[in-house]
Design a protein around this ligand. Structure first.
Ligand code: HEC
Length: 228
């Protein structure tokens, strides 16, 4: 009788201990969880169940990163010529865009090309870099398209600005470069457009039909200036 009494005290204590700390907000203990909870894979783990042995999959072909748009012109002489002939600035020539373009130009380009775009930036004056052209260089006859193209890919000792600037920023700089070119050539100032002058649908328009013709012409062995 006495031992039964002791046993029931022990049992009582066990039950009190087991239930007193029970927290309704937390999941209960599971006895042999088996497959109650899924076993998750590590993002970069190696697992035999996948065809290529790793959990992380490559993006499907044609996937593009968020906020990035494909640029249709290739980094070749033909691509340069095509962009030069066809690619137009989709942003309105507005006061806002020119002001933004000037600011970005001063940050990224003026060290070499100079504030006036005459190719006499501080690095040129200090003879740190050679061969920086003036934007009114008649032999080059730069256009909106060619300027965008060289900002995107770079050109010889000039680096690419594709990673430092957004598409919109490059087009703003582009407007400003064209403005500097016009001033150097003594042309009258282009009139500002309103910000809503043209709706920007696609900042990098796809190559149109002429591109094929131009590409073919360039392939036919024309003497093109190197763009690499
Ligand atoms: C490190 C100096 C340097 C910086 C910075 C620089 N450029 Fe250049 N740029 C050059 C040189 C050098 C060339 C000539 C390349 C050649 O033809 O070999 C050039 C050429 C050009 C041309 C003429 C390309 C053609 O079609 O012949 C344009 C337009 C141009 N740069 C625009 C820009 C713009 C816009 C920026 C700023 C986003 C910029 N550059 C920043 C050095 C620079």
């Amino acid at each position: 009788m006495k031992s039964l009494f002791h046993k029931s005290i022990v049992l009582f204590l066990v039950v009190v201990t087991a239930t007193s700390c029970f927290n309704k907000d937390k999941p209960n203990y599971q006895y042999f969880p088996d497959m109650y909870a899924p076993v998750s894979y590590e993002a970069y783990g190696e697992y035999d169940v996948f065809a290529n042995g790793q959990e992380a999959k490559l993006p499907v072909e044609g996937t593009i990163p968020r906020g990035w748009s494909p640029y249709a012109y290739e980094n070749t002489n033909e691509g340069y010529e095509q962009a030069k002939a066809q690619l137009k600035n989709p942003l309105p020539y507005s006061e806002k865009n020119i002001a933004a373009g000037q600011q970005l130009y001063t940050i990224y380009c003026a060290v070499c090309h100079g504030d006036q775009g005459n190719g006499k930036g501080i690095l040129v004056e200090r003879e740190k870099i050679l061969g920086v052209p003036s934007y009114d260089d008649a032999g080059r006859a730069i256009t909106e398209g060619s300027t965008y193209h060289v900002m995107y890919y770079g050109l010889n000792s000039m680096g690419s600005y594709a990673s430092q600037t957004t598409i919109e920023e490059r087009w703003q700089i582009d407007h400003y470069v064209m403005k500097l070119k016009g001033t150097l050539e003594g042309k009258p100032e282009r009139e500002f457009q309103s910000d809503t002058a043209s709706v920007k649908k696609n900042l990098v328009p796809a190559i149109n039909a002429d591109a094929t013709a131009l590409g073919a012409k360039a392939n036919a062995g024309q003497d093109e200036e190197s763009t690499n």
